[in-house]
Every structure is written in structure tokens, then in C-alpha cells.
Design a protein around this ligand. Structure first.
Ligand SMILES: O=P(O)(O)OC[C@H]1O[C@H](O[C@H]2O[C@H](CO)[C@@H](O)[C@H](O)[C@H]2O)[C@H](O)[C@@H](O)[C@@H]1O
Ligand SMILES: O=c1ccn([C@@H]2O[C@H](COP(=O)(O)OP(=O)(O)O)[C@@H](O)[C@H]2O)c(=O)[nH]1
Length: 961
């Protein structure tokens, strides 16, 4: 795809995604040139195209941003942030953009898409000045800084204004004041703030996510209050959801932020399933071993997974999250995200950035220059070291100061040549832990200044307050060494801001390896372990003595990163991926068969005369697959058991003379005997390789020449892996071998499975004629041709013969939780000529892959119709042969083809009387879906009722099956 930016025209395709097409070759400026031929098909193609489009928009924006920022850049106010400006200026920009485009733009989405940013804190905190008058101040913190730099969207911010407003007059006045800044308040009362924000968010989740553990002291009290804090957390999240709902307009992107709002995606999706919901975490997501300790671990993960896209600062945090979902919820983690019953929540890393231009431009402003001059004079003759942090235990302020003390202790010559300026912004001052930290820091600073200070100078200048933007920029610019020693930090934007302001000085950044920023600025910074005070002290020495050329190289590396990975890029990428996730989900959904129309299936059943029901066993007639987390990995029943609530309907259906039931399972014969021996039905064990009417003996339907010589070598491999994978086991069946790790540690099990597969593919059996079938937690090895689909015509032949059927089968219901390999059973009954019957109900985007059928069955090369007509009149030819161990109990036979009468078909389904149904497996070749075995119970019960009702009306009698 060749795309060149300014020469590009933009249109919409059906997916509502803009198309880029090159308008060169002398076809400029004609909107009809915008063709759709290059419609991207894959996710990556779509995202690449979006990226090109963003770059193109940015090149237009750059000029416009100048316009926007011209007069409105008032130093100390938030007017500096573009999206705070009023609607009118944005309209102007849009108009300018259209007129400069050269090709009529239908693309309003990229530049005007509405974005609802939902975060605990609004970018402004409100201070009450009177009954109905408010003063707004910019809130301090990385989240606010980053989001204020986002310019691409028409943004509304929903959040808490940091103040309790109990009265209606005050609320109304605040709503009005905030509306001018495109902010919408969520009113939280004092008690909720105490329990939700101070309690659950800042005393439980915050320390936990930063590896500081759950509160230890007063265990009982904590446990008791934990529940009420969690309740308040959920309630607060519901309140946010209500406000979102009120302001949501169809098509809006709703972007939820941070650990305060982990419950929000679920609340939003429950209110509106179609809402585009993204969630981004600004803190680290800890290892799943840490998250496991949280009492509400399941609920929080599940709620976050309701979002369409989940984002983190780094790949590590994303990996931890996926791992928590697999280990704690028992879900499937894929490179794309987390999958739950066919639904994918995309999980990815989106490292945040800053609005670097804003910092670079600010350095030119006179007031910033004045500040810089003052600072240079004040600290002349001394190197300036700088720390800027909220006064939070995660920032490692005590550790930083202790390291500085050690440096002064060991380097007396530096004592009057260096100063540490530490800006410690008060935060969460209602939480006792933060109050303790403040006193602790004051105490250490006092001690060190007492120890190394003189009458005229102290080594540490500690400020317990925030600075305005320009003072901060000046400080960054005059600094020689910045010290960021967070014990853990989601990203840390201070390090980015410092780099942005160092174009001329090229100072050194000492950066904690536990800050997310270490992933991006690690190459240019000096990385330290903040817990290692000795290492930090020596790094200070190294930084202060660093030669200019090394400083320059390091700075350049980081400067390029900071100026290219901006907050605008971050937001645009996130929103673009969120939009794409929705497109992708729609494509996936269209590949999913529709739910079984139970009424239709029952009605047709009642109206037919010779029905065949083929039922799988595992997860079809047993309890639903347990996905409730770790408990699911505990061994409950080694052997599958028929659900008690299915016994009665099954028995009644078996007693219906017009119905034949076959249970077709991968399980071995003894398991089917134990569960179904008392019913009047057919049992097909080991994927149909063994067959028995419950009144008779087992026989084999196996192809005669089935090669089983591979068994010993595979068994050897399986034994090896079973020994090395705790809680895995393998089953040796007559026709297959299965290694099962469903009770093992999921991640370790998967790694072992990967190794095992690699060994099977490349090892001693690599040339054998085998199928290696991967289940979600198992690996099965079978001879080629051992599938349910391959076995079914032999089974059918035997049944028709055995029952002496005179009429064709006019209704087939085939239900199972079958492996992909065995889905050939669904296709077996599908008409092969499209003209014969209407196509399955679902609409395909990509046609489902049709599993090829057995090569062993010669009749397979014929069409279904030919195959079934070709069958000879009755006498079944049975060729006995002994097979395997224990064959004394089983009579083994191979059944030849048959038909009802010369030329007539065994099946007469008239297209519509065929219901293939996948249970709890969404991507399937079946025509329909059933959610779980609960639905199977419902269906079979209704079939039973229909038959009983039918029998009463037409007066037919019950005969044996
Ligand atoms: O609103 P507060 O409770 O006073 O806290 C301020 C913010 O602190 C946290 O910031 C994080 O976000 C930054 C940007 O992504 C990141 O660089 C930093 O490492 C994080 O600590 C918190 O996550 C925000 O929600 C708070 O608003
Ligand atoms: O006096 C100050 C100190 C800090 N900040 C801002 O607070 C943010 C801190 O973000 P960071 O990601 O470093 O950490 P957080 O506080 O969000 O954990 C940065 O954007 C700083 O510019 C500020 O505006 N004034």
C-alpha cells in the first residue's frame, strides 16, 4: 500500500474506517478517486492505516495548534491546554482543516470523535468561594498532566472535583463552572470518599499494586472494614457509571482510568452493551502472586474484563494482568488478550508520554527565563540535583535522601558544591500512612541539614508544596542531575518532563529500575535499585562527574523518545486500538453461529417420525465446564458423570420408539457403560471407534488396517511429561493417547504442552501417520482417521441395519462440546450441494473452515447423496476380528454400507430438519450454539414434553427402542 501524506484522500468504507488512497498519477482533488480497493483485512493492516492517517492529520494539526495556542496561552492557567478551550475555536480548526484538504473530507471521526474520559479526579480541583461561587485549580499528578495534553478528540472529563458539595445550590453552581472547562462532576459524599478513595483505593489497592502488600496491622479491623470499603468502592463506581450514562451519546468512546474505577467497565457494559469501553491503568499491575492476596481479586478482574480494550504502561504489567486472569480466573490468555467463551478482551501496553512541545515552548517564555536566572544566581557555584514527587511512599523519598546523605558522607569535597532540591507535593493527606511519611521525611531532612549544613547554606531544600508549571519548567532546565528513585511507579512523568527541558544543559537522569519509565528511558538514564542506598550514592557521584560527551549521548537518546512518544500519540493510539477492537469483535461475532432456536428444534422434532439424536458426553451431558478460577483446577471427579437432572429426560427420550439416541464420546467404553448402561440407547466410545447398543455387546467400527505401532513411543513421551508436570496425567485408550493438564498450573502446563508438541512434531514419531489434536488443556494423539465424523457413517450403517429401519431418518439433532478435529461430525450431515437446502442461518464474513473427512472411508469420495443411495439392501456383512487386549468381551466387526431399499436414502432431512449444535464453544462449524449443558437440559426436557404431549393427542403407544 503506498501512502503519501499530503497527497492522500480520505473516505469511509462500510466499516466506518477511513480509507487512504494515493491521489497521484494526475488524478488530484477528485473525490471519486477515493476508491475502496485497498480495504485492509487484518488488524495490523487496519492499525497501520490508522497510524498513517494520524500522521497526516497531525501535519495539518500542527499549523492549527499554533493558531489555537496563540493568544490563549496564559502562563498560570489551564487555558494552555487545548481541549479546555471552547467549542468555537475547535469548530474554526475543523473548518480550516476541511478547506486545506484538497479532497472533500468525510472523515470527522479522527479529529472530532467524542471522548469521555472518566477518572476519579477531574483535572481541576474546586475550592468554594461562596454559596454559589467556585474557584478552579489544576490538580497535580501524572494522569492529569498526560490527559491535558490530548488534543485530537472532542473531550469531556467526568470525575470527582475533590470536594464535598452537600447542597443543591453549590452543586448547580459547580456543574456550571466546570461545564466551561468541559468537565462533569460526580458528587461523592464524605463517607463514600472516606471508604472508597482513602480506604479501598489508597489504603488497599494503591499499596498492593505497588508491591507494598495489604495493610498488616490490626488485622481483624482491616478484615472487617475491608468489606464495607469494597462495597463503597462498588457504589462509587456505580455513581460514576450513572453520570457517564447521562452524558453518553451513541458512538462516544468511553475511556476509564486507573485503579479507582476497576468496577466501572462492568457497570457501563451492563447499562449499554454497545458502548465502546476502554480501561487504562496508570499504576503497575503486580505479579499475579500479589494480586492473588486481594480478597476481591475475582470480582475486580472480571469487571475489568468487561472492557473492550485494557491498557497498561508496560508489557510487564500487561503480562501480569493476563497471567492473573489465567491463574486466578482460569481463562485463556492469548497474545491478543484474554478470551472467555469466545469473547476477547484485548490487553496491550500503551506507554504514556507528555506534551513535550508544551515544555519546550515554555522555556522560551520570559517568566520562565526570569525564574531560571534567579535559580542560577541563587545556586551559583553548586551543582543542582532535583527530586519532584508527590509525597507518597512509592516515590522512595526517604531512600533518596539517605542515599544523598551517604554521598555527602563519602565525598566531603562535594559538600559545599551540590544542593538537592526536593519538591514533595502533599497528597492523600487524610490517609494515616501518608501523614506518617510526612513526619518521617521531615525528620530525615532536618537531621541531614543539621549534620552537613552551614550558617549560610543547607544541602537539602525540601518543599512541602507544589510549584506552578513555569516554576517547574525553570527548575527542570537548571538542574544538573534529576533523581527519580521510586520504589515502584506506573510510569513517572517527572523523568520525561526533566528530559524535555534539558535541550541545552543535557543533565543526567538517575532513574529507578522499578519505574515504568525505565523501560523507555533506561538506555539514556543511569538505572538504579532505589533500595540499594550504596548504589544510588555512587550513581550520584558518577552523574555529577560525567563527561560532557557522555551526557550528550545519553540525553539525545532520551530526548528523541520523549519528543516522539507524546501524550497525544498515546491517547490516539489507545483510542484507535479501541475502535479497531470493536471492528475485530464484530468480525468475530459474525463467525459465531447463532443460538439454537429451541422452539423450532422442538417443533420439528414433534413433527418428524424417525429421529436421530447424537449427543456428546463431556461438557454436554455433564456439569458445565468450571471456569471459576483456581478452584476449577481442583480434582473433583476423575471420571465424568451424567448430570442428575438429565436422567429423567434422557430416559423418556430413549423410550420413544421414534427416537434413536447415540452418545458419541471420546471417553472409553467403561465410562459410557457406567453412565448409560441402564438406558436403551447406542454408545459410541473413543470417538466412535467402539459401538454398542446397550442391549448388546461392544463391537469395533475401527478401520481394519488402523496402525497402532506408534503407541509405545508416544506413551514414553507422555510419561516423561507427566512426571515433570505436577497434577497432569495421561490416559491410554485403545485408539488414542491423551495427556491432560487441566488440573496443573495453567501457565506451566501450557509451556510443557508446547515442549511436548515440539517434541512430537520433530521427534521419533514425526513421520508416523498420526493426528496430534490439541484441546484447551490436553494433547491427544490418534491414528489418522480417528474422528467422530469419520466414524459416524459406520455407526449409522450399523444402527439402521440393527433396528431394521424402513423409513429414512427425517430429523437429526447433533449436540456436543467437540474438539475442532471432531467437528467433522457436524459437516457429515450438511448437504454438500448448496442448492439442495438453504444455507445455515448464520451469515459468514469468512466461510468457516470445513474439516476434511476421513481418507479411510472410501465412500467419502462420493457425494453424500451418492454415498447414501449406493448402499446395498440389508444384509450387513460383519467381519469379525480380534483386536487388542480384553477382546474376549467385545465382538469386533466392521459394518459395510447399506441403504433402506435399492436407491433410497437413509437420510431425508429436507435441509431444515438438521440441528447441529456446539455447546459452550463459540467458534464452531455447527449451525447453532448452546451456552452450556444447562441449555442441553432445557432442550432435552422440552423435547420430552413435546413427545409426551404429542403422544397424548395422537394416542400412540410406547414401544421399546
Ligand atoms: O489523585 P491523587 O490521588 O492525588 O494522585 C495523583 C495521581 O497519582 C497516580 O499517578 C500515576 O499516573 C501517572 C501517569 O500515568 C504515572 O506516571 C504515575 O507513575 C502514576 O503514579 C494515580 O495513578 C492517578 O490516578 C492519580 O491521579
Ligand atoms: O509541583 C508540582 C509537582 C509535580 N507536578 C506534576 O505532577 C506530575 C507527576 O506525575 P508522575 O507521573 O511523575 O507521578 P504521579 O504523581 O502521577 O504518581 C507531573 O506531571 C508534574 O509536572 C506539578 O504539576 N507540580
Amino acid at each position: 500500500m503506498s501512502i503519501s501524506s499530503p497527497d492522500t484522500c480520505i473516505s469511509h468504507n462500510n466499516n466506518n474506517l477511513p480509507n487512504l488512497s494515493n491521489k497521484s498519477n494526475g488524478m488530484r482533488g477528485n473525490k471519486y478517486n477515493c476508491n475502496n480497493s485497498g480495504t485492509p483485512r487484518t488488524r495490523l493492516e487496519r492499525l497501520l492505516r490508522e497510524r498513517e492517517l494520524r500522521k497526516f492529520n497531525k501535519s495539518l494539526n500542527d499549523g492549527e495548534t499554533e493558531l489555537l495556542n496563540n493568544d490563549s496561552f496564559s502562563p498560570d492557567s489551564f487555558e494552555a491546554f487545548s481541549w479546555f478551550n471552547d467549542e468555537a475555536s475547535l469548530e474554526t480548526i475543523s473548518a480550516n482543516r476541511n478547506s486545506t484538504d484538497g479532497c472533500e473530507r468525510q472523515d470527522s471521526r479522527a479529529s472530532r470523535e467524542r471522548l469521555l474520559v472518566v477518572a476519579n479526579r477531574l483535572p481541576v480541583s474546586a475550592v468554594r468561594r461562596g454559596v454559589d461561587s467556585w474557584h478552579l485549580e489544576i490538580s497535580v499528578g501524572g494522569l492529569v498532566s498526560a490527559l491535558l495534553g490530548v488534543k485530537e478528540f472532542e473531550t469531556r472529563w467526568i470525575g470527582w472535583a475533590g470536594v464535598n458539595v452537600p447542597d443543591e445550590i453549590g452543586q448547580r453552581a459547580l456543574i456550571k463552572a466546570l461545564a466551561e472547562k468541559r468537565c462533569i462532576p460526580v458528587f461523592l459524599d464524605e463517607e463514600i470518599v472516606h471508604q472508597y478513595y482513602n480506604g479501598y483505593c489508597n489504603n488497599i489497592l494503591w499499596p498492593l499494586f505497588h508491591y507494598l502488600g495489604l495493610p498488616q496491622e490490626d488485622r481483624l479491623a482491616t478484615t472487617r472494614s475491608f468489606q464495607s470499603q469494597f462495597d463503597a468502592y462498588k457504589k462509587a463506581n456505580q455513581m460514576f457509571a450513572e453520570v457517564v450514562k447521562e452524558h453518553y451519546v451513541e458512538g462516544d468512546v468511553v475511556w476509564c482510568h486507573d485503579y479507582h474505577l476497576m468496577f466501572l467497565p462492568k457497570c457501563l457494559k451492563e447499562r449499554n452493551r454497545k458502548m465502546k469501553v476502554g480501561w487504562f491503568l496508570h499504576t503497575p499491575f503486580p505479579s499475579s502472586e500479589i494480586h492473588r492476596t486481594l480478597p476481591s481479586r475475582l470480582e475486580l478482574l472480571r469487571s475489568v474484563l468487561a472492557a473492550d480494550l485494557v491498557g497498561f504502561h508496560t508489557y510487564d504489567y500487561a503480562r501480569h494482568f493476563v497471567s492473573a486472569c489465567t491463574r486466578i480466573l482460569g481463562l485463556e490468555g492469548t497474545p491478543e488478550g484474554v478470551e472467555d467463551q469466545g469473547r476477547l478482551t484485548r490487553v496491550a501496553a500503551f506507554p504514556i508520554g507528555i506534551d513535550s512541545d508544551r515544555f519546550i515552548r515554555a522555556l522560551e517564555l520570559p517568566q520562565v527565563q526570569d525564574h531560571m536566572k534567579e535559580l542560577k544566581e541563587r545556586f551559583a557555584g553548586r551543582k543542582v540535583m532535583l527530586g519532584v514527587d508527590r509525597l507518597d511512599m512509592i516515590k522512595g523519598i526517604p531512600q533518596k535522601i539517605l542515599a544523598f546523605e551517604k554521598f555527602l558522607e563519602e565525598n566531603p569535597n562535594w559538600r559545599d558544591k551540590v544542593v538537592l532540591l526536593q519538591i514533595a507535593v502533599p497528597t492523600r493527606t487524610d490517609v494515616p500512612e501518608y501523614q506518617k511519611l510526612t513526619s518521617q521525611v521531615h525528620e530525615i531532612v532536618g537531621r541531614i541539614n543539621g549534620r552537613f549544613g552551614t550558617l549560610t547554606a543547607v544541602p537539602i531544600h525540601h518543599l512541602d508544596r507544589s510549584l506552578d508549571f513555569h516554576a517547574l519548567c525553570a527548575l527542570y532546565a537548571v538542574t544538573d542531575v534529576a533523581l527519580v528513585t521510586s520504589l515502584r511507579d506506573g510510569m513517572n512523568l517527572v523523568s520525561y518532563e526533566f528530559v524535555a527541558c534539558q535541550a541545552s544543559k543535557k543533565g543526567v537522569l538517575i532513574l529507578s529500575e522499578f519505574a515504568g519509565a525505565a523501560q523507555s528511558l533506561g538506555a539514556g538514564a543511569i538505572l538504579v535499585n532505589p533500595w540499594n542506598v550504596t548504589e544510588v550514592a555512587s550513581s550520584i557521584g558518577y552523574a555529577l562527574n560525567m563527561p560532557a560527551d557522555e551526557r550528550e549521548k545519553r540525553h539525545h537518546h532520551n530526548f528523541v523518545h520523549v519528543t516522539t512518544h507524546t501524550s497525544q500519540e498515546w491517547a490516539a493510539t489507545f483510542v484507535s486500538e479501541l475502535n479497531d477492537t470493536i471492528v475485530e469483535a464484530q468480525l468475530r461475532t459474525r463467525q459465531i453461529p447463532p443460538p439454537l432456536p429451541i422452539e423450532v428444534a422442538v417443533d420439528r422434532y414433534a413433527k418428524s417420525n424417525n429421529r436421530l439424536l447424537i449427543l456428546g458426553f463431556n461438557a454436554t451431558l455433564t456439569e458445565p465446564v468450571d471456569t471459576l478460577g483456581r478452584k476449577g483446577s481442583q480434582i473433583k471427579e476423575m471420571e465424568p458423570k451424567l448430570r442428575p437432572d438429565l436422567q429423567e429426560p434422557l430416559r423418556k427420550l430413549c423410550d420413544d420408539p421414534k427416537t434413536t439416541i447415540v452418545v458419541l464420546s471420546g471417553s472409553d467404553r467403561s465410562v459410557l457403560d457406567d453412565n448409560f448402561g441402564d438406558y436403551s440407547m447406542w454408545l459410541a466410545a473413543e470417538n466412535g471407534m467402539f459401538l454398542r447398543a446397550t442391549k448388546g455387546d461392544w463391537m469395533t467400527t475401527m478401520p481394519e488396517n488402523l496402525n497402532m505401532e506408534w503407541v509405545d513411543s508416544v506413551k514414553h513421551v507422555f510419561e516423561y511429561f507427566t512426571e515433570r508436570t505436577p497434577r497432569s496425567h495421561f490416559e491410554l485408550r485403545e485408539t488414542s493417547l491423551i495427556w491432560n493438564y487441566k488440573y496443573a498450573d495453567v501457565e506451566f502446563g501450557r509451556l510443557q504442552a508446547r515442549d511436548l508438541l515440539q517434541h512430537l512434531w520433530t521427534g521419533p514419531i514425526s513421520n508416523a501417520s498420526l493426528d496430534v489434536v490439541q484441546g484447551s488443556r490436553s494433547i491427544e494423539v490418534r491414528s489418522v482417521g480417528v474422528t467422530k465424523g469419520a466414524a459416524i457413517d459406520r455407526i449409522l450403517g450399523e444402527i439402521v441395519h440393527n433396528k431394521g429401519m424402513k423409513e429414512p431418518i427425517d430429523y437429526v439433532l447433533c449436540i456436543g462440546h467437540f474438539l475442532a478435529k471432531d467437528e467433522d461430525i457436524y459437516t457429515f450431515f450438511e448437504p454438500e450441494l448448496p442448492s439442495e437446502v438453504p444455507a445455515p442461518v448464520r451469515s459468514h464474513v469468512t466461510p468457516p473452515v470445513r474439516t476434511s473427512v476421513s481418507k479411510l472411508s472410501t465412500s467419502r469420495s462420493l457425494s453424500r447423496e451418492d454415498r447414501l443411495k449406493k448402499h446395498r439392501p440389508m444384509p450387513t456383512i460383519e467381519r469379525s476380528k480380534s483386536y487388542h487386549v480384553n477382546t474376549d468381551v467385545f465382538q469386533s466387526r466392521v459394518v459395510d454400507r447399506m441403504s433402506l431399499q435399492e436407491g433410497s436414502s437413509v437420510l431425508d432431512l429436507q435441509g431444515d430438519n438438521y440441528f447441529s449444535c456446539s455447546v459452550a464453544r463459540k467458534r464452531s462449524n455447527a449451525r447453532y450454539l448452546l451456552g452450556s449443558s444447562d441449555d442441553v437440559v432445557k432442550l432435552l426436557t422440552e423435547l420430552t414434553n413435546s413427545w409426551i404431549n404429542g403422544m397424548n393427542t395422537d394416542g400412540s403407544t410406547m414401544e421399546g427402542n
